[in-house]
Design a protein around this ligand. Structure first.
Ligand code: GLA
Length: 735
């Protein structure tokens, strides 16, 4: 009741004092979105509106309609029954905050306009600055908060969300990703019900194996791909996070996102600035795919390393040879990928170790010296081979880790994360440990590892940066006893510092974020990494589901997607090569296979696919996604397409996900084309004896979107080649 009275009073003030500096409407705008706030000096910052761009008139009159104006960044202490973004304990034990707007500032650069709303506590010398960065070339607003004080004693931060957003109740559905190792990025969709929905991570190192730090809210009922209003939110953080959606007895779902505060109480010193990670927000009235397109454009332009540069087609050695690395084997793989038209070879795990050779996963991490027993000519020899085959060379590292069986651990046992007075809990291989990235010496060690390699071998084009362990021991030998609860936060600050130093010195290097597969798909790391390994599971059928989920937030250019062997090494499913190729070609195409074991016919199919992928690469990697039929809808088929920005080219994917005789599959209507343009259809990766009936024929975008092409359910091939899989990739071009 009190809150309501206060709101009415605020409205009155605004209306009475229109034009008065005391009541400032703060409008944060991207090309198609508006976020509207009310910043009245001496009062709490209020949230008014987030959605499609408002006209001037709507902006004036909206206050007559929006009677509920919650705090834009709710703090704990007064009216404390709701959830809050920030909760602290002052040095004198006081548990309350009352933040009042003191100043609003706007600054801009060539890509964005940033609004900062500065607030001070009514009593304590305690401050927050809430930032809103609006891009002028992408419909994303990033919001984050700075927290600082000038109190004598440290202030304990118990809750420190990046941001808060109220979402009007109705029939709101949440789409989010959930999974586990080898089954990452599974799409989950559910209506928001009363109570609290929490999406969180506590791994310490990798934060996207299970839940993801990105969500979408469909505001108009059951989620639809190509219509309806959607709010998307992505927390740009590599560490532990918590997303909370509280549906209380009000008209709103209350959405909070930030660092997970559990076991991370932060003791903030006088004048120290605590900066939260950004929460990226987008709004689209073109459904889930529309929100994805907004995220993808923003990511390619601003949030992924080299987001607008086409990626090379590569072969990675892991599933081909595992730890069995040697000079001849690497040379053979390089020759094979080069002969199929590939552009890069990546040598995975198993190449290093002096006293402790890395023959399996139980030793050697940290000892980043070439194992000369396996590679007598060293990295020089490998680079010479790559040059001979006219391809680039990349290398696997797991820089944040060590094994207890390593020279590094013998020299620096104090560098590992361990709990004082406790036995060490180890990870992979029974001996893996995590280095303490809170420690600047460890940060230097990791930077020097990359710097040393790159200085000696500037030809190295690509690093696969792996991270295969969680923080399983809470304890840092570097942090003093009063700061042990800062471990998770300091780890990721240290990690980011190292990434920044590497990127500063090696801006052109391609770096993949791998973390036991898809453990590091997040926008905290992507500014420093070019791509992520979607999953250690390379089974094409299961990849359709995982890549579908990941595509909600990440563009194809960032999703490493490799053709692997049959039977698959994770699921043991035997999927024909054509289908494996057609799935891999919907992301950043690569191979993860021993080419030596492939037949000439298989190599030829890959050679053709690589050549065709080169043609469509700009559309796949830089185009707009339209998801058409979801594999999660169990209709027997999954389909999506990418369309060039000017809508003159498109690539359409169709994968059958179930096989029954005389089954009925829906005809897929396309989306996103220009209705008035005429598109000529060409099938890629064709294996059928006869071309499709519509091969080379032209159709209007209108027809393709209203009716769709009738795709044959099976391939017409010789009897001995028939199998239970079927897939198509069509290239559409305006001639
Ligand atoms: C992790 C990665 C794999 C591979 C191995 C090497 O599991 O996800 O791709 O690099 O490590 O040990």
């Amino acid at each position: 009741m009190k809150t309501f009275k206060k709101t009415v009073l605020t409205m009155a003030l605004l209306l009475v004092s229109a034009g008065n500096l005391a009541a400032e409407k703060v409008c944060v705008s991207t090309p198609n979105n508006t976020l509207l706030l009310l910043a009245e000096k001496g009062s709490e910052l209020k949230f008014v509106y987030y959605g499609n761009k408002l006209s001037g008139e709507d902006m004036e009159n909206i206050f007559y309609n929006e009677k509920y104006m919650p705090a834009a960044y709710p703090v704990y202490g007064l009216y404390c029954q709701g959830e809050s973004a920030l909760a602290v304990r002052h040095g004198d034990g006081n548990m309350t905050l009352q933040m009042e707007v003191s100043e609003v500032e706007k600054t801009s650069d060539e890509n964005s306009e940033t609004t900062v709303i500065k607030m001070k506590d009514k009593v304590f010398p305690f401050y927050i600055n809430v930032y809103y960065k609006a891009y002028i070339d992408a419909d994303v607003i990033e919001t984050w908060t700075e927290i600082f004080h000038a109190e004598k004693k440290n202030v304990e931060l118990n809750n420190f969300a990046s941001a808060y957003l109220p979402i009007r109740r109705g029939d709101v559905w949440l789409s989010h990703l959930y999974g586990s190792w080898a089954n990452e990025s599974r799409l989950m969709q559910e209506p928001l019900e009363a109570g609290m929905k929490v999406i969180k991570n506590k791994d310490g190192v990798r934060n996207s194996h299970t839940a993801h730090a990105e969500v979408m809210f469909s505001l108009d009922g059951k989620p639809q791909e190509n219509y309806g209003s959607v709010i998307g939110a992505a927390l740009c953080y590599s560490g532990n996070y918590k997303l909370r959606i509280d549906t209380d007895d009000s008209e709103y779902h209350h959405f909070f996102a930030g660092i997970n505060e559990e076991n991370s109480m932060y003791s903030l010193q006088k004048n120290e600035v605590f900066q939260t990670p950004e929460l990226a927000l987008t709004f689209s009235d073109e459904g889930l795919s529309g929100a994805s397109r907004n995220f993808h454009s923003w990511a390619r332009l601003h949030k992924i390393a080299h987001g607008s540069t086409l990626r090379k087609i590569l072969l990675n050695s892991w599933e081909g040879v595992y730890f069995d690395i040697n000079q001849e084997g690497m040379d053979q793989m390089m020759a094979d990928i080069a002969s199929m038209g590939g552009e890069l070879f990546v040598m995975d795990d198993g190449w290093f170790g002096g006293k402790y050779p890395r023959n399996n996963d139980s030793s050697s991490l940290g000892d980043w010296v070439v194992d000369s027993r396996k590679l007598p000519n060293g990295i020089e020899g490998l680079l010479a081979d790559a040059a001979k085959h006219n391809i680039k060379f990349g290398i696997w590292l797991e820089p944040e880790m060590a094994n207890t069986a390593s020279e590094l651990f013998e020299k620096h046992p104090e560098w590992v994360i361990e709990s004082a007075q406790r036995d060490l809990v180890t990870g992979r291989g029974g001996t893996q440990v995590v280095l303490d990235l809170a420690n600047p010496e460890v940060q230097d060690f990791i930077f020097d590892l990359v710097d040393g390699l790159m200085t000696k071998y500037p030809e190295i084009d690509y690093i696969k940066w792996d991270a295969n362990m969680s923080i399983t021991n809470h304890g840092s030998n570097y942090l003093d006893t009063s700061r042990q609860s800062h471990l998770y936060i300091e780890y990721h600050r240290g990690f980011e510092k190292v990434c920044q130093r590497i990127r500063h010195k090696y801006p052109d290097l391609t770096i993949q974020a791998c973390a036991s597969g898809g453990g590091r798909a997040n926008y905290g790391v992507m500014p420093y990494f070019d791509e992520f390994w979607v999953s250690d599971n390379t089974d094409a059928l299961q990849r359709i589901y995982m890549q579908w989920g990941a595509s909600y937030f990440f563009p194809a250019i960032a999703m490493a997607s490799h053709i692997s062997a049959a039977p698959n090494h994770q699921t043991f499913r035997s999927i024909p090569l054509k289908y494996r190729i057609d799935v891999a070609m919907s992301g950043r195409l690569g191979m993860e296979i021993q080419p030596k074991n492939m037949t000439d016919e298989e190599k030829n199919l890959c050679r053709k696919a690589i050549a065709e992928y080169k043609e469509i690469r700009p559309v796949v990697q830089l185009g707009d996604i339209y998801r058409l039929i979801s594999p999660y809808d169990n209709l027997g088929v999954a389909s999506l397409m990418y369309i060039s920005r000017d809508k003159t080219e498109a690539v359409f994917y169709w994968w059958k996900t179930e096989h029954f005789v005389n089954q009925h599959l829906p005809r897929v209507k396309m989306a996103g084309l220009d209705p008035d343009k005429t598109y000529t259809v060409r099938e890629l990766n064709r294996i059928d004896n006869e071309p499709l009936s519509f091969e080379g024929k032209s159709f209007s975008g209108r027809y393709l979107m209203n009716t769709g092409l009738e795709i044959p359910y099976n391939h017409i091939v010789d009897y001995h080649k028939k199998n239970d899989y079927s897939s198509r990739v069509l290239y559409l071009e305006v001639k």
